[in-house]
Write a protein that binds this ligand. Structure first.
Ligand SMILES: Cc1cc2nc3c(=O)[nH]c(=O)nc-3n(C[C@H](O)[C@H](O)[C@H](O)COP(=O)(O)O)c2cc1C
Length: 366
């Protein structure tokens, strides 16, 4: 899966963006394209990053920043930074240890890790690899509700502490790179051992990952189904993929514990409003009645603090983690999380915010 390249001196990597080129050199081109790509013209990929970077900070001075505490809770789970690792399908495309390596690095760093329904390794294997880490499960609601329920029950039994229901993928986005490459995610998917002939190893077009998306994912999922999903578990339920105040209010009405302001890394609908730009509208609409996170284009500690200032409780980071995994496995992910830690505590000190609770709307202009 990965090319043999000289080892990378991880200490010389100082920002997440540097992992991308290294990952590109290490990965098969169609796998890299699957990770890096988006939908249609991919306009929303660059815009997601730009929307964080456009915001300007308003630092306060002469605040005692001798001790910085960047820890918080997300969905009631402890987090050493206001950051979780976004759910990403088929991490085995980046490294053979896949989600187990990411989960181990995350556990050591105290960062929650969201496991995708479409993970390479199973819910149970990832739990066994990092039993002490905070793990969440991301649900793609299945056409057969009993299958969805089975996933949720397995996740809860395996020690996951929140369920993130992804609501922006009734169908797959128009992903031109994958179409051109003939890429159909025909790689082992750990949680689907009961589908197809090859128990957990989905190879061949008859049961590719894209076929599972097309065939098994519930296109008919509607707001009325949210209550059923909530009834299956005692865990907090978040809806991932909200971009409007209207849907945020519906999420409140349907009793979920939180939402993730997200456009799925620009892999679904292109030309959406950037998550960073949608965040404040959503925060205003929910008025503190549920927890709000954001993802898409978060690359620097400065982005994290901008999100907090705009009212998010935390953020998720996606592609850079897969790039770090492709670069150097668990050690690469550990380095990426360490960089985020250093950047975040430095920015908190310079912003005059020794704890995450000290970051307020007044810390960002506009
Ligand atoms: C390769 C890849 C696979 C993804 N798979 C999933 C998935 O299985 N479930 C999901 O809810 N989101 C998935 N996402 C979206 C991420 O959870 C997240 O919303 C997005 O990557 C955040 O943007 P960023 O990559 O710019 O940080 C995936 C993203 C990537 C890049």
């Amino acid at each position: 899966m990965t090319a043999v390249l000289p080892p990378v001196d991880l200490r010389r990597i100082v920002k997440l963006a540097e992992f991308e080129g290294l990952a590109r050199a290490a990965m098969e081109p169609p796998a890299y394209d699957y990770v890096a790509g988006g939908a249609w013209d991919e306009l929303s990929i660059a815009e997601a990053e730009a929307a964080w970077r456009r915001r300007r900070l308003r630092p306060r001075v002469l605040v005692d920043v001798d001790r910085i505490d960047p820890s918080t809770t997300m969905a009631g789970s402890r987090a050493s930074l206001p950051i979780g690792i976004a759910p990403m399908a088929a991490c085995g495309l980046a490294h053979p240890e896949a989600e187990t390596a990411v989960a181990r690095a995350a556990a050591v760093a105290g960062i929650p890790f969201a496991l995708s329904t479409m993970s390479s390794h199973s819910i149970e294997d990832v739990a066994a690899a990092a039993p002490d880490g905070v793990r969440w499960f991301q649900l793609y609601a299945q056409r057969d509700p009993s299958r969805s329920r089975g996933f949720v029950e397995r996740a809860e039994a395996a020690g996951c502490t929140a369920i993130l229901v992804t609501v922006d993928l009734p169908v797959l986005g128009y992903r031109e790179r994958d179409i051109r490459n003939g890429f159909d995610l025909s790689v082992p998917l750990g949680n689907f051992g009961d589908i197809g002939p090859d128990h957990g190893s989905h190879r061949g077009s008859a049961d590719s990952g894209y076929d599972i998306v097309a065939g098994e994912i519930a296109r008919g999922l509607v707001w009325d189904d949210v209550g059923a999903i909530r009834s299956w578990t005692r865990l907090p339920v978040f809806l991932k993929g909200i971009l409007t105040a209207e849907d945020a209010r519906l999420a409140v009405d349907h009793g979920v514990q939180g939402i993730v302001v997200s456009n799925h890394g620009a892999r679904q609908l292109d030309r959406t409003v950037a998550p960073a730009d949608a965040l404040e509208e959503v925060v205003g609409a929910v008025a503190g009645r549920l927890e709000v996170w954001a993802d898409g284009g978060v690359r620097r500690g400065l982005d994290v603090l901008t999100a907090l200032a705009l009212g998010a409780r935390g953020v998720l980071v996606g592609r850079p983690i897969l790039y770090a995994l492709a670069t150097a496995g668990e050690a690469g992910v550990a380095r990426a999380l360490d960089i985020l830690h250093q950047e975040t505590i430095t920015a908190m000190a310079l912003l005059g915010s020794p704890t995450v609770a000290d970051v307020t709307r007044a810390h960002v202009a506009g």
